[in-house]
Design a protein around this ligand. Structure first.
Ligand SMILES: [Zn+2]
Length: 226
């Protein structure tokens, strides 16, 4: 029997709750902790629709949760952006450029990458930091979408990326092709030894096709480090 518990990790600029779901069979604190995040970029509905369905299928016992695993799902880290299908948060900040990485910089070339006035200036970023500190995940999968789909991996998880690629047929890449200071992959994967997969789903892909392409790869990831 799987146990699903909802809690709130913080509130958005517009004071909407940022929800997280804790999922396990036995709530054992020694379990392997895994964190899935989506909706960092609110216009990338491919990711949060996938993760919402993943959560529903777990609740309806369609997806097995392995023994000794606690899975945390945060489907909409940027609820204001998700509601309006906008990349940034309500302050027009790109939350994947706002985390306090060593290379954080206030400069930006395109407004869609506005990193904020200072690192971790946004309530959604502060909630992210507390969430990661509290969970201490073994690894993270962050669901995004991009016109060039790929399994972007940061930190020691090339093996996991290769395993996932057997099922979703996307190429593992260590580099997305441009610098991403203030990103989750840099903050966790490169600077904190928390391997981070940024799964870039094909932008505009129909939800049912997203599911068909990625569900097996994500299910396999749950048991990969057991
Ligand atoms: Zn994105």
């Amino acid at each position: 029997m799987v146990i699903v518990k909802k809690s709130i990790i913080g509130y958005s600029v517009k004071n909407q709750p940022i929800e997280i779901f804790k999922i396990s069979k036995d709530e054992n604190s020694h379990n392997l902790q895994i964190l899935f995040i989506a909706g960092v970029h609110g216009n990338e509905s491919e990711g949060f629709l996938f993760l919402q369905r993943f959560l529903e299928e777990i609740k309806h016992h369609q997806i097995p949760i392995p023994d000794n695993v606690t899975l945390w799902i945060c489907p909409k880290l940027n609820p204001d952006g998700c509601n309006e299908l906008r990349r940034t948060n309500q302050n027009n900040v790109d939350l994947n450029r706002n985390l306090p990485t060593k290379d954080w910089s206030p400069t930006f070339v395109d407004p869609k990458y506005y990193p904020g006035p200072y690192a971790a200036s946004e309530p959604e970023s502060k909630a992210t930091l507390v969430m990661i500190e509290n969970i201490q995940p073994k690894f993270i999968i962050s669901f995004h979408s991009y016109e060039f789909p790929m399994i972007n991996y940061n930190g020691d998880c090339f093996d996991l990326a290769k395993e996932m690629s057997k099922y979703n047929f996307l190429e593992p890449k260590a580099d997305i092709g441009y610098p991403t200071p203030g990103s989750l992959g840099t903050y966790c994967g490169l600077e904190r030894n928390i391997p981070t997969i940024t799964l870039e789903i094909l932008r505009g892909q129909e939800p049912v096709h997203v599911w068909d392409q990625h569900s097996k790869a994500v299910i396999k990831a749950l048991e990969f480090y057991l």
